[in-house]
Write a new protein. Sequence first.
Length: 148
Amino acid sequence: MLECGKVRVQFIAKSNIQIVPVQSLSTLKSILTISTPEATAMDLLCYPMHCGGLNRIVTVLDELREHIRANELRVLAENQIEIAWKQRLGFLLDKLGSPHLADILAMHLMKQNRVDYIQLMPGLQDKNKSIKNKKWKIIENTDFESDL
C-alpha cells in the first residue's frame, strides 16, 4: 500500500491476470498496456470495496459503458468463472440504460447451473426493506446514483 497524506493506494494482485483482456494505448513517450473497457468494468464489480464506493463505481461505469463492446463483453463473461460481477454489472447496466449490454450478461447467466442472490454492495448491512431483483438475483441493499 502507498500512502501520501490522506490518499492511500492499495494494489490488488490477480492470479489469473494472463486471461484478462488488454489493449495498447500510445502516449507521447511510450506505449502502455491497459485493461480493456470490459475488463475494467469487471474489475470495478469484482473489487467494489476498493473502488471508493458504489456511487463512484456507477459514475465510472456510466462513462465507460459507451466504450464497452458487446462481443468483447460476451467473450469476457464466457472466460471468467466468477458469477457475482456479472450479476452486479448487468444490474447496473440495466439501471444506467444500456439494456443491449445487460442482455448479454443476462443470457450468459441463464446458462449457469446455479445463480444465488447476492448483495449489490457486499459488506453492507441489508436495509430493512431490501428489494430483491429477480432478474439479476441482486439484493438491493443500498441506493446509488451517478455523479454525471
